[in-house]
Design a protein around this ligand. Structure first.
Ligand code: UDP
Length: 333
């Protein structure tokens, strides 16, 4: 059997929110997709529709263990990781391992296969930023030992080891610093603000704003995010690039927007602000504009509408799964 002539891409975290949208995009671009996930936070439901395609393969594997993929691999996208503060609290050690050991394994695989690798870094490398908006040359303000430290430090290590493989082994590497992204297939109980508000609106509960709601975020619709990531992978730029939407809003204003959008009668209730919750976050995307010719196109209004439609369209069983995914037992080591 001859090797496939198509470009082959390995996507880790493929059953997750971003990973599954990336699978869709690469299949649409004519790639052969090798999807990998240990299914701790991901859900096969997100990629179920791709199983019938012969260009799509799924490996149930934990990338913190040695990763083997038979045949050629042209590109790797490392998107395996919990990505919400609630999830880090449930599986802090897995979070550290997938960003560090997992990245090491995938860099080793990229070297072996002579593949180009893109790693999913995060705006969390800027911590609670003292510079606003955040541009790539800001080094960040991170608490190493706080609840978010397990994610933030794993991602900072991930950037370091990726640059080391690039500089020492000449590996072709790309680093995306991803800012808050939303859209269909987010998990309703992942604790992040958008699924939290969407779930509350669906159940007719009041919206929970943490702190006084004056903290800001800037939300990017998933389709825009995937376009930015695709362009970055295909570019020749190996230093970190911010990918996000600079349209910034306070969480309180955002809660009011959601009430209008969902046409519900909910009130806003205030809860305490989690530790180390960044006060402000907004990407400076000048670099992405310049080198990728990219900027987000989908407004928050439009993106939120599509996202709410998706949640409204879930069956009772899907809704239950999305609201009750429990993986606390996975934190053995
Ligand atoms: N947040 C909130 N209510 C919720 C969930 C989150 O007010 O039910 C706030 C949270 O404190 C933070 C912002 O919304 O300031 C975004 O939180 P998220 O967990 O989505 O992502 P983060 O950007 O903090 O990683």
């Amino acid at each position: 059997m001859g090797e496939s002539k198509k470009n082959r891409v390995l996507i880790t975290g493929a059953a997750g929110f971003l990973g599954s949208h990336l699978c869709d995009r690469f299949i649409a671009e004519g790639f052969e997709v090798i999807a990998m996930d240990n299914l701790i936070t991901g859900d096969l439901k997100n990629i179920e529709h791709l199983f019938e395609k012969k260009e799509f393969h799924f490996y149930h594997h934990d990338v913190t263990k040695f990763v083997h993929v038979p045949g050629k691999v042209d590109y790797i996208l490392h998107f395996a990781s919990p990505a919400s503060p609630i999830d880090y609290l449930k599986i802090p050690i897995q979070t550290l391992k997938v960003g560090s050991l997992g990245t090491h394994n995938l860099l080793g695989l990229a070297k072996e296969k002579k593949a180009r690798i893109l790693i999913a870094s995060t705006s969390e490398v800027y911590g609670d930023p003292l510079v606003h908006p955040q541009s790539e040359d800001y080094y960040g303000n991170v608490n190493t030992i706080g609840p978010r430290g397990v994610y933030d430090e794993a991602k900072r290590f991930q950037e370091s080891i990726t640059m080391a493989y690039h500089r020492f082994h000449g590996l072709e590497t790309r680093i995306a610093r991803i800012f808050n992204t939303y859209g269909p297939r987010m998990r309703l109980n992942d604790g992040r603000v958008i699924p939290a508000f969407m779930g509350q609106a669906l159940r007719g509960e009041d919206l929970t704003v943490f702190g006084d709601g004056s903290q800001t975020r800037s939300f990017c619709y998933v389709e825009d995010q995937v376009e930015g990531l695709f362009r970055l992978l295909m570019s020749d730029y190996s230093l970190p690039v911010n990918i996000g939407n600079p349209d910034e809003i306070t969480i309180l204003d955002f809660a009011e927007e959601i009430i209008k959008l969902t046409d519900t009668e909910q009130k806003i209730i205030f809860k305490s602000l989690p530790k180390d919750d960044p006060l402000q976050r907004q990407p400076d995307i000048s670099l992405a504009k310049e080198i990728l010719g990219w900027e987000p196109k989908v407004s928050r209004q439009e993106g939120m509408k599509k996202t709410f439609e998706y949640f409204k369209g879930l069956t009772k069983e899907e809704l239950y799964r999305s609201e009750h995914k429990d993986f606390s037992a996975h934190n053995r080591r």
